[in-house]
Ligand binder design. Sequence first.
Ligand SMILES: Nc1ncnc2c1ncn2[C@@H]1O[C@H](COP(=O)(O)OP(=O)(O)OP(=O)(O)O)[C@@H](O)[C@H]1O
Ligand SMILES: [Mg+2]
Length: 252
Amino acid sequence: MAPMNTALLVKIGGSLKGADELLDELAGYPGPLVLVHGGGPNIGEWLGKLGFETRFHQGLRVTPPEQMEVVEMVLSTLGKQLAYGLSQRGRPSLALTGRDCGLLEATPLSPEFGRVGEVSKVNARVLKNLLEDGLTPLVAPIGTDTEGALNINADTAAGSVAGALGLPIVFLTDVVGVLGDPKNPSSRFAQLTRTEAEKLIAKGIVSGGMIPKVQAALNALGNRAPWTAIAQGRKGILADVLAGQAGTRLEG
Ligand SMILES: Nc1ncnc2c1ncn2[C@@H]1O[C@H](COP(=O)(O)OP(=O)(O)OP(=O)(O)O)[C@@H](O)[C@H]1O
Ligand SMILES: [Mg+2]
């Protein structure tokens, strides 16, 4: 059982419903937080309104250069809204993208994905300074290379930041954890080892959006993150995860 005020990195799923409840939960957490947020549904909605076609390849949003500006605008605005909601609830927060202060350096995956990147370096100093000042940073998963902005999967970015800061990471999503039968919430694994998690991916039991999440968790553990958990974004969830009473915990 971890102390109830442990410093945490929390990844907020873009598809989470009930933003108010989630903001209450995060604002009320008694320890330091670094937040990384996705924005899938909002990005899709705005690309659609602007007449762009959206295409996914291997679970990642293909991002042609002309769509990258929209992705950056939508994620930036979403981050500002979340930071405002938390600040208003008494947790002073500020929204950054991975491009601010060179926080996330990235390299493009391969040309078929367009401007999609993976993190090559995390400049964690700025986040440490903000935490020392009692502020809560929210990071949008956008990185930079010499050409400009790169779209990074939010789970992957969160895993990299947690690994670099040495923080435990909690992925808040729309399911109670990693399930043995994706249709049955009572099939949640309370714990998984690296080997077990890799087997679930190989067998196709872990699929879709759960794949980058599990991989990011394992990657964070391979760096400096002490433990990771995947859990449902609801009231009281962080205390329950720390008490070992909710979610799926992945350990080394
Ligand atoms: N074995 C599994 N156990 C649980 N969920 C699974 C499993 N395999 C696939 N999934 C899917 O993974 C989804 C969670 O990933 P998803 O990418 O949709 O959410 P998110 O990462 O929280 O949000 P976003 O990607 O918008 O930021 C679940 O809703 C479920 O449909
Ligand atoms: Mg996802």
